[in-house]
Design a protein around this ligand. Structure first.
Ligand code: ADP
Ligand code: MG
Length: 263
């Protein structure tokens, strides 16, 4: 594990990095370039089972690219990524099998507009996992209940608020039974009054022990929910630590400058 791997002492939940558990996500020497643009310049990161890591940093620093390399939406230029102990960057890997283990939630919810909420949850279960209709419907119902939207099962996305649509997107990802969840600015497209409901669902997932990697500008969420905060700039991790360390007492000018603009 990461030396001195931090545990947020304000949280009673001690499932975290204790130096024994195998990391759930491990990134080693990750580089990613687009042409001449070196976007990731050597990222090393370990996330323990059940750990919640918030990734913060200025626009263009490579946060989305890092997440996208973890679930192979981008192919790293160099380096390795392991999920649950198996190397997902191995040349022989089954990319679809990897993606099944990793749930991803984007800023844009990407729901199918012509399908009901339930159908949005059942279709990928049936297509990707081969579940039968009844089982997929049962799992859809359970996960809609988890995000507090049982009453919207028959609704179409266009009739829902942005916050409700994002909660459906989270439920859709959860219905696939992922080992880890990646969130890329899940509340950035929402009206301010709708952000809280989505963050509440993410907080519940964290409390349930889900391993989560969350790119966010929501510093209150990071402070209260993250076990660890990672600050990225220019394609490197500039500093990381507990929320109190990184947000409350940043050590680097670049972190201080960033925080002065978002806090
Ligand atoms: P962040 O999420 O921190 O804002 P990104 O990872 O989205 O940063 O982008 C970092 C850099 O990578 C930017 O300069 C962006 O233009 C570039 N980039 C990201 N995705 C692509 C792509 N598919 N093709 C070319 N350049 C890209
Ligand atoms: Mg981004």
């Amino acid at each position: 594990t990461v030396p001195g791997s931090p545990v947020n002492p304000s949280k009673g939940n001690m499932k975290k990095t204790d130096g024994t558990a195998r990391p759930e996500i491990e990134v080693r020497g990750l580089h990613k370039s687009f042409g001449d643009n070196q976007v990731l310049r050597g990222i090393d990161l370990e996330i323990a089972p059940g750990e919640v890591v918030c990734v913060i940093g200025p626009s263009g620093s490579g946060k989305s690219t890092l997440l996208r390399c973890v679930n192979l939406l981008e192919t790293p230029t160099a380096g390795q990524v392991f999920v649950g102990g198996s190397e997902v960057t191995h040349p022989d890997v089954d990319i679809d099998a990897v993606r099944r283990r990793i749930g991803m939630v984007f800023q844009q919810f990407n729901l199918f507009p012509h399908l009901s909420v339930t159908e949005n949850l059942t279709l990928p279960q049936r297509r990707v996992l081969g579940r039968d209709k009844a089982q997929a419907a049962q799992i859809a119902a359970e996960n809609l209940q988890r995000v507090g939207l049982s009453d919207k099962a028959g609704a179409y996305p266009s009739s829902l608020s942005g916050g409700q649509q994002q909660r459906v997107a989270i439920a859709r990802a959860l219905a696939m039974g992922p080992e880890v969840m990646l969130f890329d600015e899940p509340t950035s497209a929402l009206d301010p009054e709708l952000v809280g409901d989505v963050l509440a669902v993410m907080r519940m997932l964290a409390d349930d022990g889900m391993t989560m990697m969350v790119v966010t500008h929501e510093m209150t969420f990071a402070r209260e929910v993250a076990d660890r905060v990672v600050f990225m700039d220019g394609g490197v991790i500039v500093e990381q630590g507990t929320p109190d360390q990184v947000i409350g007492n940043p050590q680097h000018d670049r972190t201080r400058h960033f925080l002065s603009r978002v806090l």
